[in-house]
Design a protein around this ligand. Structure first.
Ligand code: ADP
Ligand code: RBF
Ligand code: MG
Length: 165
């Protein structure tokens, strides 16, 4: 889908004007295999966090869709959108945390350490009548994430020591 079509229908600047509790939420973990449902084939691969990390570090964060920064293996820091929840469309039985990094990678990076800074909330999780409707909404999330991250207060966090350690 082209960006002009994807980026309509919902507000694109989301999240609070100031960063406050619980943001920035800094979390890291090794990228694990997910459900293998072909997110990659849809053009939206999601790097899944280990369930221990989701259960320990993301227990208090409400389920939903978020935006922030992500870094793999100490490399560059990119924009990301994350789904935290039960994926009602697939009726998962476990809460998962999956991160779509807004960058084209040459190779997979399973087993590598991923650091994320969660910076704001986009929307609640939803159920959908079709896979197409889910993908359309995720593409709007990507636009909203990119647009929202352009605000100045987020640039600082991109350069935070968290990503330099
Ligand atoms: P799985 O069900 O195993 O999570 P996916 O289809 O969601 O499979 O693909 C996720 C994998 O794709 C990630 O673990 C990572 O190795 C790779 N990948 C490549 N590009 C990206 C990207 N931009 N964002 C997230 N993961 C990516
Ligand atoms: N799954 C859902 O069931 N409901 C959602 O609202 C939902 N939102 C998502 C938002 C983003 C930004 C991402 C990356 C994933 C989302 N998912 C959601 C998870 C999706 O079902 C999962 O990544 C599938 O593997 C896509 O095929
Ligand atoms: Mg995945």
């Amino acid at each position: 889908m082209d960006t002009a079509t994807a980026c309509t229908g919902r507000p694109l600047i989301v999240g609070p004007p100031e960063l406050k509790e619980p943001y920035p939420k800094l979390v890291e973990g090794v990228v694990v295999k997910g459900f293998g449902r072909g997110s990659k084939e849809l053009g939206i691969p999601t790097a899944n966090l280990p369930s221990e990390v989701v259960d320990r570090d993301l227990a208090k964060i409400p389920i939903g869709v978020y935006y922030g920064w992500a870094q793999v293996g100490g490399g560059e820091v990119y924009p990301m959108v994350m789904s935290l929840g039960w994926n009602p469309f697939y009726k998962n039985e476990k809460r998962s945390g999956e991160v779509h990094i807004i960058n084209k990678f040459k190779d997979d990076f399973y087993g590598q350490n991923m650091k994320i800074a969660i910076l704001g909330y986009i929307r609640p999780e939803r159920d959908y009548d079709s896979l197409e409707a889910l993908v359309t909404d995720i593409n709007i999330d990507i636009c909203a994430g990119v647009e929202s991250l352009k605000r100045e207060k987020y640039a600082e966090i991109k350069g935070d020591v968290f990503f330099k350690k």
